[in-house]
Design a protein around this ligand. Structure first.
Ligand code: AMP
Ligand code: AMP
Length: 351
């Protein structure tokens, strides 16, 4: 997809730019990261959600909107006036939508082309398969279900409403009762193992792929069901759901690290071929399940900062090895932007 030509500010002084993001998800570390790299920042909040950004004192400027739908050309003009570079995150894409994000005129950190590949399940699968990533089997139709599967409705907010079944009859029993009108879903093989989220950073400025950190999620009620015995679970007729509540930091078995580096590298390489240009850069996440045979299945890719990096505002065990300052993913983004500005290579990190 052709990106419209735009005129970028000629300054090579990072202080002439502002790092901007939407107030939710990973905004705290993005704002702090900008400050730590000596850059100014700005946060756009929905009325009523400003408190953390005020209380933790991380924002230079807070712009408040009544509704996300008030994200209009007037706001875009304000952002342009300040030379704001928007950092997208999960809430930004969830509230504004892929299509609107594609069309927004402002400076945007990351590749917009990749949004397209990431938002279409078939395309995402093709990308990961080309990168020789192991994926859970996908069932085309409910009638094909012959083993445990996880059913995900498109746009399900943070894992809400997923369910696990193992026969077509069970599928229809749950779907007809709970989601009779929703027909946009994917049926994935349920992989038995532990969920593990690998956070990467690929910089077009340094040309290096870095492993930033890992997390696991704290999901309700998937993470509480084990607290009561199986018989009580059946009696109470509890269905597993995966609503994200928070994130827990992790380190992986060290011998698995080479494999994680290689997976990340292949995903970046293939993205360059697919997008015919910059490809995937900046932070991204491979969302995996690791089985008892240590096979790593990727069930999703996130082509931007994930909130699982939030426990590492002071850096992770991995960034502590590489950097002599506390390096969060938010700060790593700011550093990439700062270096690009100073080197006159801003265009290379904008989508
Ligand atoms: P929120 O702004 O918290 O309402 O979240 C908007 C979307 O971002 C959710 O639907 C989630 O998919 C995603 N999200 C927010 N927080 C997290 C988190 N801590 N971990 C993973 N995903 C998250
Ligand atoms: P997602 O919203 O796609 O990030 O998935 C939410 C949660 O569902 C994950 O953290 C996992 O616990 C679980 N999950 C998703 N896909 C699978 C799968 N194919 N097999 C097993 N568990 C899964």
């Amino acid at each position: 997809m052709a990106t419209a030509k735009r005129i970028l500010p000629a300054s090579t002084n990072p202080r002439d730019f502002v790092i901007a993001t939407m107030g939710s998800h990973s905004a705290l570390q993005i704002l702090k990261g900008a400050r730590d790299e000596g850059m100014r920042n700005l946060v756009i909040c929905k009325e009523g959600s400003e408190r953390p950004y005020k209380s933790f004192g991380v924002a230079d400027e807070i712009i408040t909107l009544k509704e996300w739908s008030d994200w209009n050309p007037e706001l875009e003009a304000k952002l342009a006036e300040r030379n704001a570079i928007i950092i997208p995150h999960g809430s930004y894409v969830a509230y504004l939508g892929h299509e609107r994000v594609q069309k927004m005129p402002g400076m945007y950190y990351g590749t917009k082309e990749i949004l397209h590949w990431e938002s279409d399940r078939t395309m995402e699968r093709e990308w990961l398969l080309q990168a020789q990533i192991k994926l859970p089997k996908v069932f085309e139709k409910p009638e094909d279900i012959d083993k445990p599967v996880i059913v995900k409705f498109h746009g399900a907010g943070g894992g809400f409403g997923y369910f696990v079944v193992k026969t077509p009859e069970q599928f229809y029993e749950v779907k007809d009762r709970k989601y009779p009108d929703q027909n946009d879903f994917v049926i994935q093989e349920y992989i038995v193992g532990v969920p593990l989220y690998a956070h990467y950073f690929y910089s077009p400025i340094t040309g290096e792929l870095e492993i930033m950190s890992f997390d696991k999620r704290y999901e309700s009620n998937a993470d509480s069901i084990g607290r009561i015995k199986a018989q009580d679970q059946l009696t109470a007729n509890i269905h597993t759901s995966y609503t994200i509540v928070g994130n827990i930091p992790l380190v992986v078995r060290e011998s698995m690290l080479p494999q994680f580096f290689e997976m990340g590298e292949r995903v970046v390489e293939v993205s360059k071929k697919l997008c015919g240009g910059k490809g995937l850069f900046g932070p991204f996440c491979l969302e995996t399940i690791v089985t008892r045979k240590l096979e790593v299945f990727v069930f999703e890719i996130s082509a931007r900062i994930v909130a699982g990096t939030n426990p590492f505002i002071e850096g992770s065990p991995y960034t502590a090895l590489k950097y002599d300052v506390p390096m969060s993913t938010g700060r790593r983004i700011a550093r990439d932007i700062k270096q690009a500005i100073e080197l006159g290579r801003l265009e290379e990190i904008l989508g």
